[in-house]
Design a protein around this ligand. Structure first.
Ligand SMILES: *[C@@H]1O[C@H](CO)[C@@H](O)[C@H](O)[C@H]1NC(C)=O
Ligand SMILES: *[C@@H]1O[C@H](CO)[C@@H](O)[C@H](O)[C@H]1NC(C)=O
Ligand SMILES: *[C@@H]1O[C@H](CO)[C@@H](O)[C@H](O)[C@H]1NC(C)=O
Length: 335
């Protein structure tokens, strides 16, 4: 599932890149739809409904965050099939979205860093329409045509001041695990919210706390950009695959007993004991299931403008791209 067509520039690793975006919205002034071909809406109001087609996400706090997931249940709703039409599912009511039912999330960990906020965790995401066993995939504001996965998805955060749109973000969802990182707009945002490692899963892209049975909110250091190792940048598909960066240090963690909104899910297993499985999940580095299949399909088609594909095409002999060689940045800026 490489993202085609949104790459506008190759820059050198050390170069800061000015970013311009085609538009900046707030939930209160977004148009009904922000992209052509959008399935849902960005005019979401302030209620919530389990039929909402709202495609606005918020990541503000441990008790106020959202992820994208399929609009409809069923075995065909694997993320690989639905990435263009995902809708917003939130913990907190009032954003005009669907609500993640209580008990669906059994562990969640919010981290605020200087450059991004991130939520990592586990749960039974079949309760938000992800088919059992689906290793899922990656969602981001770029997509095959620059319009985002889902098309027209917008992300907002108040973590860096007043509520603002964040133009760079990345969200992985699977049937049992999720992670979302929302970057503060700025020169570091494209690298820290890099979206090209889309078969590498949560724990490689966003190393952090995935413990089951606990919920907390921490301060944290900014991690190293995914895929960048000192002066080298690795590209997905090139052997050998490097290990994930270590999880950045966190501090001032405040535990909370649970999160929720009062919406009951049928047959949930809430109140999970703290038996936990910290660090035991190996991530989906092999991109099993539909992810790997669709990824292969996408890369085989060549990748006009993708950036990743041409580099990978030469990559049979390239193990690590050396600094100073092309590094992908700024993909999906204004078209
Ligand atoms: C928003 O667009 C959708 C899809 O075209 C349409 O069904 C809906 O009625 C529109 N809503 C408003 C408030 O215009
Ligand atoms: C969602 O839509 C279905 C079908 O139109 C309807 O039966 C159901 O009551 C709606 N649910 C909510 C929560 O609005
Ligand atoms: C989390 O813990 C609960 C209770 O022990 C368990 O039922 C569930 O399968 C665990 N979830 C994951 C993703 O490990």
């Amino acid at each position: 599932m490489f993202r085609h067509g949104s790459l506008l520039c190759l820059a050198f690793a050390s170069g800061a890149l000015a970013q311009t975006y085609s538009a900046t919205y707030l939930p209160t002034n977004a148009p009904n739809q922000t992209e052509q071909g959008q399935s849902g809406t960005n005019q979401c109001g302030t209620g919530n409904s389990q039929n909402s087609t709202c495609q606005n996400l918020f990541v503000n706090a441990i008790d106020d965050w959202c992820i994208f997931a399929p609009p409809d249940p069923g075995p065909d709703s694997v993320i690989g099939n639905t990435e263009r039409i995902e809708v917003a599912w939130c913990i907190k009511p009032g954003h005009g979205t669907r609500l993640i039912p209580d008990g669906a999330i059994t562990g969640a960990h919010f981290v605020q860093t200087p450059d991004y906020v991130q939520v990592t965790g586990v749960g039974d995401l079949t309760k938000i329409n992800i088919p059992q066993g689906d290793e899922g995939g990656e969602l981001d504001p770029h997509g095959a045509d620059g319009n985002g996965n889902p098309i027209g998805g917008l992300v907002f955060t108040s973590a860096f001041g007043t509520l603002a749109q964040a133009h760079e973000w990345t969200n992985f969802v699977a049937f049992d695990e999720f992670c979302i990182r929302v970057c503060k707009d700025g020169p570091n945002a494209p690298a820290l919210c890099q979206h090209i490692y889309d078969v590498m899963g949560c724990e490689w892209n966003m190393p952090g706390d995935y413990s089951n049975g606990t919920f907390d909110s921490c301060q944290g250091d900014t991690g190293e950009p995914m895929g960048v190792y000192g002066t080298s940048t690795w590209f997905q598909g090139v052997n050998p695959t490097p290990s994930a960066h270590p999880a950045p240090a966190t501090s001032s963690c405040v535990p909370t007993s649970t999160i929720g909104n009062g919406l009951a899910a049928s047959a949930t297993s809430s109140g999970a004991s703290a038996s936990g499985s910290a660090g035991s999940k190996s991530g989906s580095a092999t991109g099993s299931g539909s992810r790997s299949a669709s990824s292969a399909g996408a890369s085989a088609t060549g990748g006009a403008g993708n950036g990743a594909a041409p580099l990978l095409g030469r990559g049979a002999t390239l193990e690590l791209m050396v600094a100073g060689a092309a590094v992908l940045v700024g993909a999906g800026l204004v078209v």
